[in-house]
Design a protein around this ligand. Structure first.
Ligand SMILES: Cc1cc2nc3c(=O)[nH]c(=O)nc-3n(C[C@H](O)[C@H](O)[C@H](O)COP(=O)(O)O)c2cc1C
Length: 393
């Protein structure tokens, strides 16, 4: 899997590459199933040894990379892009997919030992139940991904996002990625370099306008499009700010996840007014969002917490965010203790969850020549409607 054979699709079609990986997994699963009667009839003969070695080689390395593609790139990119029904389906499927990866890793450990002994010729035992469970779990898992996840990615990812996913998968396999991102993206940047913001052309609804700009930021592959500054004030009304990652936005507001007892958490408990700031330099754009912050419902925080990779969940529990600690070693010790205590299924700690900023003011800023920029600000009215006006640069 490190170097793809000629017949494999290229990384410019990352979803096809993922499907190709599934087909190869299916082939290895079939080999394992065929080994069962073969071992019964012939023991660990040379053919069985070779088959066992090939299966080990595949699942030790390639299957692992494939899971990382999904966990670190495909699913987070879908989470950042999916809206409405897609977002709901993803929230429903993603935790199960990540959970099954862990289950299949654990099942593989057991099979690995048996296959290693077969490959060495030192034993001929392959437990049928172990093989069946592994084959069934993988089969159902891949079908779910092919039935829902892959079609969604094909439907909602832009060409630039597909390129981004393919490049990440390529880098994971140590294959060099050319620096140029291709004509399509270069063309996009050029277009937006000439962009203007017109009060008659923007959407009536600022959330719709934000969605348009966010999607354009994704398409243009701006660096960390979902990173935003969150400004809060302390008890003496002095401002402080930090970067967090937006995890959701919809008509209710803009959501990120953090520790409720962190500095920002304590400040927001005392004074819920905050300001968010996105800066997308490649598009010469910023968005300023101000309003009141509320906590997300605990079910929402649970859902997101359980969709995170295990290590991130353990880290969230282990860190008393914003409090001092003696040194890095003490931090690592705390993590190890939490990992021992909770194992594979850590519960969401009550001091960790989402904050949602419910906006009252949203300003879109588009850089123009000679510092003569465009600024359109939306203000929430008492009846829940939004007005907008142009501000001077
Ligand atoms: C790119 C980037 C993304 C970050 N994302 C988060 C995040 O989603 N949640 C979070 O709590 N901290 C995040 N951080 C760390 C915060 O900036 C900050 O250090 C931390 O939340 C503690 O802030 P506080 O002491 O003001 O509460 C991120 C930092 C960077 C640079």
């Amino acid at each position: 899997m490190n170097v793809l054979p000629d017949s494999a699709p290229g990384f410019d079609q990352p979803i096809a590459v993922l499907k190709h990986c599934h087909d190869r997994i299916r082939k290895q699963l079939a080999t394992m199933e065929k080994l069962l009667p073969h071992l019964a009839a012939h023991g660990a003969d040379e053919q069985a040894q070779q088959a066992a070695a090939a299966v080990i080689k595949y699942f030790d390395k390639a299957a692992h990379l494939h899971h990382e593609d999904e966990e670190q790139d495909l699913i987070p990119m879908l989470q950042a892009t999916a809206q409405g029904d897609d977002a709901a389906l993803l929230a429903q499927l993603a935790p199960g997919i990540l959970d099954e990866h862990r289950q299949m890793d654990a099942m593989w450990q057991g099979l690995h030992e048996q296959l290693r002994a077969i490959a060495d010729g030192s034993a001929a035992l392959l437990r049928e139940n172990d093989v069946r469970r592994f084959v069934d779990t993988y089969g159902a898992h891949m079908e779910r991904e092919e039935g829902h996840i892959a079609p969604m990615a094909k439907r909602i990812f832009s060409a630039a996002q597909m390129a981004q996913l393919g490049q990440a998968m390529q880098l994971r396999r140590g294959i060099a990625v050319p620096v140029s991102t291709g004509d399509a993206v270069a063309g996009l940047r050029k277009d937006y370099g000439q962009a203007t913001l017109d009060e008659d052309a923007v959407a009536d609804d600022p959330f719709e306008q934000f969605n348009t700009w966010f999607e354009q930021a994704l398409k243009a592959e701006v660096n960390e499009p979902n990173a935003m500054s969150v400004a809060t004030v302390d008890e003496r009304e002095r401002p402080t700010s930090r970067i967090v990652l937006i995890k959701q936005y919809d008509a209710r507001g803009f959501t990120w996840y953090t520790n409720y007892e962190s500095q920002k958490g304590r400040q927001l408990a005392a004074n819920p007014h905050a300001a968010l700031l996105f800066f997308w330099p490649e598009l010469e754009r910023q968005v300023r969002i101000e309003g009141r912050v509320e906590r997300t419902a605990s079910e929402e925080s649970d859902k997101y917490f359980h969709s995170r990779p295990l290590k991130s969940r353990l880290a969230a529990i282990a860190s008393e965010q914003s409090l001092p600690i003696l040194n890095r070693a003490a931090l690592e010790d705390n993590y190890a203790a939490i990992a021992r205590q909770f194992g594979e299924e850590p519960p969401r700690p009550l001091n960790w969850g989402g904050f949602r900023l419910v906006p009252e003011r949203i300003e879109f800023w588009q850089g123009r020549r000679s510092r003569f920029h465009d600024r359109i600000v939306y203000m929430l009215q008492a009846d829940g409607s939004w007005t907008r006006q142009r501000l001077q640069p």
